[in-house]
Design a protein around this ligand. Structure first.
Ligand code: ATP
Length: 257
């Protein structure tokens, strides 16, 4: 299925009053969000805010205990193939088979996806400077993140989900490549959800920002509207400053505490 197969106007991701508890921790507290097609959605919050738990529900790795999750109009737990075949995902851990070589992992991965684009995969491999014969286990953390990103992108998924992509990527990939990729995807009418606690980076690429703190959404709106609503003496506050105003401390500081 292509991006067009999602009904016009139907949200790509529709989460309604999702609550998730792990023992005494409320990881998600009545979270609702609706992501339109073609949006670049930045999910921001400190470590432990609930970002990965939300993403796991979207991928169908966790079942909604309370509330509902729909992706392309489907329940990702009931229809994992229908959902996951249209999602490209780069996780924080980015587990890749260390014993494979770069070219072997590319051949192995393409077998799973009918829409795999060989020319695009090769273009990404070259721009990411990944040697075909290099063993995955010998790659640096940044190179592994590039490899994970290549696999997530090469079948041109309708929805790209990146969980803290910046934590593994080196500054050059972050600044020059990731932003360009995200913009291209959105320009093609596909959708991107990425989580981060680096608000400066989110500010550069997201067109909708959702701030989450201790499992609760504290602010969710188009970035332009957020900026408009947060001016002090004519100056537009940075996303970091807005986060502090909402949460009481910066995402970076809250991540360390
Ligand atoms: P990070 O950037 O550190 O991954 P996050 O915003 O993604 O942070 P989550 O990983 O979703 O946060 O965690 C939210 C809360 O739920 C945290 O308090 C975490 O300790 C807790 N949590 C998440 N998964 C589990 C689990 N499987 N068992 C117990 N507690 C969990």
């Amino acid at each position: 299925m292509t991006a067009e197969a999602t009904r016009v106007g139907e949200p790509v991701i529709d989460v309604t009053e999702l609550t998730r508890r792990f023992d005494s921790t409320t990881a998600l507290d009545s979270v609702s969000l609706s992501m339109p097609r073609g949006a670049v959605y930045g999910l921001v919050g400190a470590n432990g805010a609930g970002k990965t738990t939300l993403i796991k529900h979207i991928l169908g790795l966790l079942r909604a205990e309370s509330g509902s999750v729909r992706v392309f109009g489907l329940d990702p737990v009931a229809d994992p193939v229908g959902v996951l075949s249209r999602i490209g995902y780069l996780s924080e851990e980015n587990d890749l088979p260390g014993w494979m070589r770069v070219d072997e992992l590319i051949r192995f991965s393409r077998a799973f996806y009918p829409a795999w684009d060989d020319a695009y995969a090769e273009e990404l491999r070259q721009s990411f400077a990944l040697e075909p014969a290099a063993k995955i286990k010998s790659l640096s953390k940044g190179q592994k993140a590039r490899m994970g990103l290549l696999i997530a992108l090469a079948y041109r998924p309708d929805l790209l989900v990146l969980d803290e992509p910046s934590s593994g990527l080196d500054p050059i990939v972050r600044r020059d490549i990731l932003g360009a990729i995200i913009r291209t995807i959105a320009h093609e009418g596909r959708t991107v959800l990425f989580s981060s606690h680096l608000l400066e980076e989110v500010e550069q690429v997201a067109d909708h920002v959702t701030m989450i703190n201790k499992g609760r959404i504290v602010l969710s709106a188009p970035l332009e509207d957020i900026r408009e609503a947060h001016r002090v003496d004519g100056r537009v506050l940075s996303l970091d400053e807005i986060f502090v105003a909402q949460v009481g401390m910066s995402a970076a500081a809250a991540s360390e505490s």
